[in-house]
Design a protein around this ligand. Structure first.
Ligand code: UDP
Length: 319
């Protein structure tokens, strides 16, 4: 099958592209490099089954020939990027979703939307199952991402119901692993890079807030299975292991070495808890994560050790 993956230069999009190629498929990758990097797919450039198109998906998308699938992964996703690019974040979630849905309809292709646990906002139900409708402040600073993804889900279901399009919606929880940018402000990359550079680890608030971290290989496998399943309704893809941010800092320090910890103000609307209920993914996809945080952190630390060791790598200050 030939599939289009938008956001192919990003952390998730590039790994997903590798998975589809490994599965014997052909991939057209699209990106405008707003936050992604060409280095993330440089290893694929000689592969005849991989084609790259530089394009902003908020504009009309044209693909020559047949297409069996469209997977919409383009969006600024890290907290720093979302706050720096709020309008692009809203546009790629709304206009970009509309364009890619229209393309899928024109090609008769299956569509998969990369949605997010952020649709649950600061949840009042714990853990979060797909039936929970969320607690989102539309005008808060995080609202640009949360509402964009909520709109994208609504638009995807509208195309499913009105145009009978074959659709899938993945609600992706916090994910980590190789190809994260060292300066993107996400907690796992930030803590590892800070510890490797011997800088203070920045805990926002008192660090009692929780997150559930999914290793990239597990995430990609869950998405791949969802795409080839019959499940139309939104599906949580995440690791139910839940850790406080203080526990994460302790784990990183235990692995990388002692470094001071400082506390900084908690960002507005920062969710206090987050943990997926993955009963649906277990039952419908036969999927559950295999890589525990301990092992996933070891691999991710090795990755960052490698890129920080390359003197030419541009390290900008961590948030
Ligand atoms: N966080 C932190 N220090 C950092 C970066 C993030 O304490 O240097 C916290 C952040 O406030 C949040 C959690 O870690 O409570 C996860 O943050 P991230 O931005 O990775 O993901 P999200 O909040 O979108 O789940």
């Amino acid at each position: 099958m030939k599939v289009l993956i938008t956001g192919v230069a990003g952390f998730l999009g590039s790994h997903l592209c590798d998975r589809f190629l490994a599965g014997g498929h052909e991939v057209v990758g699209m990106d405008n490099f707003l936050t992604g990097s060409p280095g993330n797919f440089a290893h694929l450039l000689g592969d005849p089954r991989f084609h790259f198109i530089e394009h902003d998906v908020t504009n009309f998308v044209y693909i020559d020939g047949e297409l069996g699938g469209v997977l919409h992964f383009a969006s600024p996703a890290s907290p720093v990027n979302r706050l720096e690019k709020p309008i692009q974040t809203l546009k790629v979630g709304s206009l970009g979703t509309h364009r890619t849905l229209g393309l899928a309809r024109a090609k008769g292709a299956r569509y998969l939307l990369a949605s997010t646990s952020e649709v649950y906002g600061n949840p009042q139900v714990h853990p979060q199952s797909e039936g929970y409708h969320g607690n989102v402040d539309p005008v808060g600073p995080r609202g640009v991402y949360e509402e964009a993804r909520r709109f994208a889900e609504a638009m995807t279901m509208a195309y499913h119901r009105y145009h009978n399009l074959d659709t899938r919606i993945a609600r992706i929880f916090n994910t980590y692993g190789s190809r994260m940018r060292p300066d993107d402000g996400r907690v796992v990359s930030s803590f590892i890079v800070q510890a490797l550079r011997g800088e203070p680890i920045t805990i926002y608030g008192d660090g009692s807030q929780t997150r559930s971290f999914t290793y990239i290989d597990d995430l990609v496998e869950g998405i791949y299975r969802l795409f080839f399943s019959d499940r139309v309704e939104p599906t949580n893809i995440g690791n139910p292991g839940e850790f406080t941010i203080c526990e994460l800092a302790e784990l990183v320090i235990a692995k990388v070495g002692a470094t001071p910890v400082i506390h900084q103000p908690l960002p507005e609307d920062d969710p206090q808890f987050r943990r997926p209920d993955i009963s649906v993914a277990r039952e419908v996809l036969g999927w559950e994560p295999r890589v525990a945080l301990d092992a996933g952190l070891d691999r991710t630390i090795e990755y960052f050790r490698g890129i920080i060791g390359e003197s030419a790598f541009p390290l900008s200050p961590v948030a």
